[in-house]
Design a protein around this ligand. Structure first.
Ligand code: ZN
Length: 367
């Protein structure tokens, strides 16, 4: 952008506004991208337009003449955009030939709820999907069978209408999509009746889906090519299945570990016992040591959720909750009082944080 604006336009420093306008008009007709597709021309066109933008504005021209950098800043380029729009009807991008009726179809999104026990090993579903599918009558051609699209005689198949626009700069050629064929270059005199010339219809279909083990709420499974078919039989979009894992009454989840709470009667907690629980995949035997405490965690290795697209499983972590009896008859109460007296009537006291319940929950439960 170091080029001198006057040199770029080929005018003297004393040129009148009218002379500057005239010079720009001449250059713009040579260099406009619609006329001259070369990359060089496009670069020069920008320079020329920018030079004109500055020199045609008396205030900016004065700044420029005084050695100011007026016109090189952002505001100057804003002006460039404006002038471009004004003179050439917006957009400098050249259109090339007719556009295709065939376009890629849209992606489809479905939400899918699964139970936690299905997540342990993965599951299979037939999912009902309602999307656009290929029209079987015309196979996506959009034309009634036996007929075919014909070349648009307004644009002669180019899809573009060239127009000469009169502007301040004189006559400039622009092109825009043909209104008759909407830029396709062809028209369909006999549209397919089944799809009204769209090449696709709406339909329900079943898509078999393998839901892998280890999925989590919010995860999206991508099924390439199972979305909507495109207009005129264009390639399918993708289908996305967004997973929601239903909450379970007993088990919750921490990563691929399963968490559960085991209520242990006070007597069992004191004396220890063995018990069998029903996990999400069969029975599991648990051994409760004598003197087990609330918030102790029994870890059953490899009985959690299978890792997503991987080997191995998380753990089942069973937290102990010792249940204190709430209703005692007279005899039971006497026994407990005797026991209490024998233990020397201990008093409740504060534990150190490390041995306390909150540290246990943090360290043991959440692993
Ligand atoms: Zn059709």
């Amino acid at each position: 952008m170091a080029a001198d604006h006057y040199e770029v336009l080929g005018v003297s420093r004393e040129a009148s506004t009218e002379e500057i306008k005239k010079a720009y008009r001449k250059l713009a007709r040579e260099l406009h991208p619609d006329v001259n597709p070369g990359a060089d021309a496009s670069e020069r066109f920008k320079l020329v337009t920018h030079a004109y933008d500055v020199l045609s504005d008396p205030r900016q021209r004065e700044q420029y003449d005084n050695g100011g950098r007026g016109g090189f800043d952002g505001a100057g380029f804003g002006g460039f955009g404006d002038i471009f729009e004004t003179f050439f009807g917006g957009g400098g991008g050249r259109q090339s030939g007719p556009r295709s009726r065939r376009e890629r179809g849209q992606d489809a999104l479905l939400r899918l709820e699964v139970d936690l026990d299905e997540v342990v090993f993965g599951t299979h579903r037939d999912v009902e999907v309602d999307t656009a599918v290929l029209c079987e009558t015309c196979k996506g051609s959009c034309a009634q069978p036996g007929t075919s699209p014909v070349t648009c005689d307004i644009c002669r198949g180019t899809g573009q209408i060239q127009r000469t626009v009169r502007s301040l700069l004189g006559n400039v050629m622009t092109s825009s999509p043909c209104g008759t064929c909407r830029g396709y270059g062809t028209v369909i005199p006999n549209p397919c009746v089944t799809c009204q010339g769209q090449g696709r219809v709406r339909a329900r279909r079943n898509v078999p889906v393998d839901i892998p083990a280890g999925v989590e709420t919010g995860l999206r499974l991508q099924m390439p090519g199972q979305g909507e078919v495109g207009p005129a039989g264009g390639p399918n979009g993708d289908l996305y299945l967004e997973i929601k894992v239903r909450t379970h009454d007993t088990f919750s989840r921490n990563g691929d570990d399963l968490l559960a709470t085991l209520e242990v009667p006070m007597g069992d907690a004191i004396l220890g016992t063995k018990t069998t629980i029903q996990s999400l995949d069969g029975e599991v035997e648990l051994e409760i040591r004598p003197g087990v405490q609330s918030a102790d965690v029994l870890v059953v290795k490899d009985r959690g959720i299978t890792h997503l697209r991987g080997q191995g499983r998380g753990d089942l972590r069973v937290g102990v909750q010792v249940v204190t009896p709430t209703k005692l008859d007279r005899h039971e109460r006497e026994l407990i009082e005797q026991f209490h007296a024998k233990r020397g009537k201990q008093k409740p006291q504060l534990a150190t944080f490390h041995q306390g319940m909150f540290a246990k929950l943090r360290d043991r439960f959440m692993g």
